[in-house]
Design a binder for this molecule. Structure first.
Ligand code: GLC
Length: 719
């Protein structure tokens, strides 16, 4: 017998479409904690009602069906009209609201990796809040993002979606801020893809073999940062996970990663949904809480059979439902009017002047200046110089990656239009770059040649190479850049890239900017940077290699052996991921650029380093140049050799405010327990290391300005 609940506010004669009457019970009292409210509501649910929350549509289409509320979004969980529980309407993706079906605008924001390049927690929050607002206005209460996986494989097809880049510490903090932004809009964020989804090749069957210490020190921190940021949901991934023994299991039924590592050791209180089709059994006892997009395994029949067969407990069902209800109360989904989650909102226009301005500002903040010989940049808009814009600057401009994370822009500000809109006198000449001879002829005639290049990647496959000439229809890009550089000494390259990309011509051109996957405001944002309206402050979150496979991956490491079922990918590099590998092998940069690198139109000096007994590290950053700018100061830590850690690891960063010429800012970065610890696989916890550490402060991983030694016992050090 269903427990009785009070119907309040129900108005006689409501039309069928508002059949979800306003229902309230003791769980509606907002003075009560979200935990208590979730418990009160759970207590009023029947077992069948609980089952109904653990999966997508059991019959009919699962998603983006255009025909009814039950399947309108990418992920759908039915409402409970008796108790007034709203529908759960989930949608992609990590760079904006993806809608392949309905009219109505939505903003194509910069991608996760792009926002990561700001190293700016406020920017990450702004990005999250801007996207979250649009999800809310589309009637969606779960955003399937941000993507958090560390970019272990330079050719990874989804690196562009992931905010962490190569570094767990950066990911930890940027995840936190972006999730707070999303959830500030009453939309639950989703940390994905948990875990070890570090490649796309064979993603639906590869066994990612990675030891516990590497998981906790390299791959888990961005997700643990998400938990600190209050993330309401996780998405378990397609792959299998093993630890060099035969105990491997599908990610969505792996009790080690789901129950021990995530829910126990990382104290995650929200719920885990599967990736779409990533459920392989009724794995509620192994830690899965919700099957997406359908109900092949986590359905009533199988759950009931498990309970009657003693393999599934009702307590486990209650725990999963509680984990779903809790973020719905915490984030505010339950306290919105039911009309907030009406699927008819899918056709609303959510792009507005504010979102366009924010997308523009964020794209400019995430544009990195890699080279600027003789301060050729910024350009002067009114000096009458002649400019040729060449290559992917018009219709073919690269703005977003492929797959479920794609957001087709509601409009596109092309680089050509952005530059033309910034030049007062001289006209801007254009050549699409397809014919190198004509492009070179044009380049010879002008003062500045700006060459736009780019490539793409997407879900489901890794990149064929790190070359600009792979991944996009526009070929011979490297030859084009080299030819233009020979024709004009004032050649500027703007590269729109989905991750690590070779730049064999980098020594031949005068300046290089990268805007990664910039979104729909690409053109206005790059013009803001080119003409100095925005002084670039972004930093690389991954290494730009000198050559292909510079980290010497064997096939066993990636994409894995044997090339049949099962496929084992051995994380034999351990902790030496990305720049950690470059540091450990002291690889110098020729045509590539190091992790953390990014120039400014001004210059910064560092001084007065002190390190307190409590690891409080302070120093000063001074703008010694001629224009205002912000600097991302970075702290790298070298452990005592006995710790067996990589030689230099990011353990602190701070983007300064906008410093006027000769202005200084005192930066304080404090290392906390886990920062000077290593993961101990016996106690399954971080264990502090004793001995002498090196603290290095700089403008990139290879541009160290201050350094000092310290051991945990030492008092204050002043350098
Ligand atoms: C996909 C992706 C995931 C996405 C989901 C829904 O296969 O891996 O990131 O959110 O399906 O489209």
């Amino acid at each position: 017998m269903a427990p009785r609940v009070r119907l309040v506010g129900a108005v006689a004669g409501l039309s069928a479409c508002t059949s979800l009457a306003l229902v309230s019970g003791p769980w509606s009292d907002r003075r009560v904690s979200p935990e208590q409210r979730a418990a009160l509501l759970l207590k009023n649910m029947t077992l069948e009602e609980k089952f109904a929350m653990l999966h997508g549509p059991a019959t009919g289409p699962c998603c983006q069906c255009k025909t009814s509320a039950s399947c309108a979004y990418v992920g759908n969980v039915a409402a409970n009209s008796r108790l007034g529980i709203p529908p759960i309407n989930m949608n992609d993706g990590p760079q904006g609201f993806r809608d392949d079906n309905n009219p109505g605008t939505t903003t194509a924001w910069p991608s996760g990796m792009t926002i990561g390049a700001t190293w700016d927690l406020d920017a990450a929050y702004e990005w999250g809040a801007g996207m979250g607002r649009e999800f809310y206005e589309k009637g969606s209460n779960i955003q399937l993002g941000p993507g958090l996986n560390v970019a272990r494989v330079p050719r990874g097809g989804r690196n562009f979606e992931y905010i962490s880049g190569e570094d767990p510490y950066l990911g930890y903090w940027m995840a936190q801020s972006s999730i707070k932004g999303i959830q500030s809009q009453k939309v639950i964020a989703n940390a994905k893809h948990w875990v070890q989804n570090n490649q796309e090749t064979n993603r639906d069957r590869v066994i990612e073999e990675v030891d516990e210490r590497t998981r906790f020190e390299i791959y888990y921190p961005p997700f643990r940062g998400a938990i600190v940021g209050g993330v309401g949901s996780f998405m378990c991934s397609y792959n299998k996970i093993g630890n060099h023994t035969s105990d491997y299991a599908w990610s969505c039924e792996n009790p080690v990663t789901l129950k021990r590592d995530l829910k126990t050791l990382s104290n995650f209180k929200g719920f885990v949904m599967s990736d779409w089709g990533g459920t392989h059994s009724t794995s509620i006892m192994q830690g899965l809480d919700m099957e997406m997009p359908s109900a092949d395994f986590m359905n009533e029949d199988r759950l009931k059979a498990g309970i009657s067969g003693g393999t599934i407990t009702e307590a486990a069902v209650d725990d999963s439902v509680f984990r779903i209800l809790l973020p719905m109360f915490e984030v505010g989904v339950m306290d919105e009017p039911l009309s907030a989650w009406d699927w008819n909102k899918l056709s609303s226009n959510t792009t507005n002047d504010a979102s366009s301005a924010s997308a523009r500002s964020l794209s400019a903040k995430s544009t990195a200046l890699l080279k600027n010989d003789n301060a050729i940049l910024p350009l002067m808009s009114g000096d009458g110089s002649s400019i040729a814009v060449i290559g992917l600057a018009d219709g073919g401009a690269v703005t977003h990656g492929g797959g479920s994370g794609t957001v087709v822009p509601s409009f596109l500000a092309t680089p050509l239009s952005g530059i033309r809109g910034s030049v007062e006198k001289k006209e801007v000449l254009f050549d699409d770059g397809k014919n190198i001879t004509t492009a070179v002829a044009l380049a010879k005639q002008v003062d500045y040649a700006i060459v736009f290049v780019g490539t793409l990647s997407g879900e489901g496959s890794d990149r064929d190479s790190l070359s600009l000439d792979d991944g996009y229809w526009f070929k011979n890009q490297n030859a084009l850049v080299s030819a233009i550089a020979k024709a004009n000494p004032k050649t500027i390259v703007v590269a729109s890239i989905p991750g690590a990309t070779l730049m064999p011509w980098s020594k031949d051109v005068a300046a290089i900017l990268t805007n990664f996957m910039p979104g729909q405001q690409a053109g206005n944002a790059i013009a803001d940077v080119l003409f100095g309206r925005v002084n670039p402050s972004a930093k690389l979150t991954f290494t730009i290699p000198n050559r292909e496979n510079e980290q010497n991956f064997t096939t066993a490491q990636w994409p894995g052996l044997p090339s049949k079922n099962p496929v084992y990918a051995e994380y034999s590099e351990g902790l030496l991921v990305g720049y950690r590998y470059y540091e450990a092998h002291n690889i110098q940069f020729d045509t590539g650029f190091p992790f953390g690198h990014g120039l400014s139109y001004t210059k910064f000096e560092y001084s007065n380093l002190t390190i307190g007994a409590d690891w409080q590290t302070t120093f000063q950053v001074t703008n010694v140049g001629k224009v205002a700018g912000s600097e991302v100061a970075q702290l790298y830590l070298t452990f005592p050799a006995s710790a067996g850690e990589p030689p230099n690891q990011l353990k602190g960063f701070r983007k300064t405010g906008l410093l006027q010429p000769s202005m200084s800012e005192t930066v304080t970065l404090t290392l906390v327990h886990d920062d000077y610890s290593i993961w101990d696989v016996t106690s399954h916890a971080y264990k502090p290391v004793t001995g002498t550490f090196h603290v290095k402060i700089g403008s990139s991983s290879r541009d160290i300005r201050l350094q000092a030694q310290k051991n945990e016992a030492e008092e204050e050090i002043v350098v």
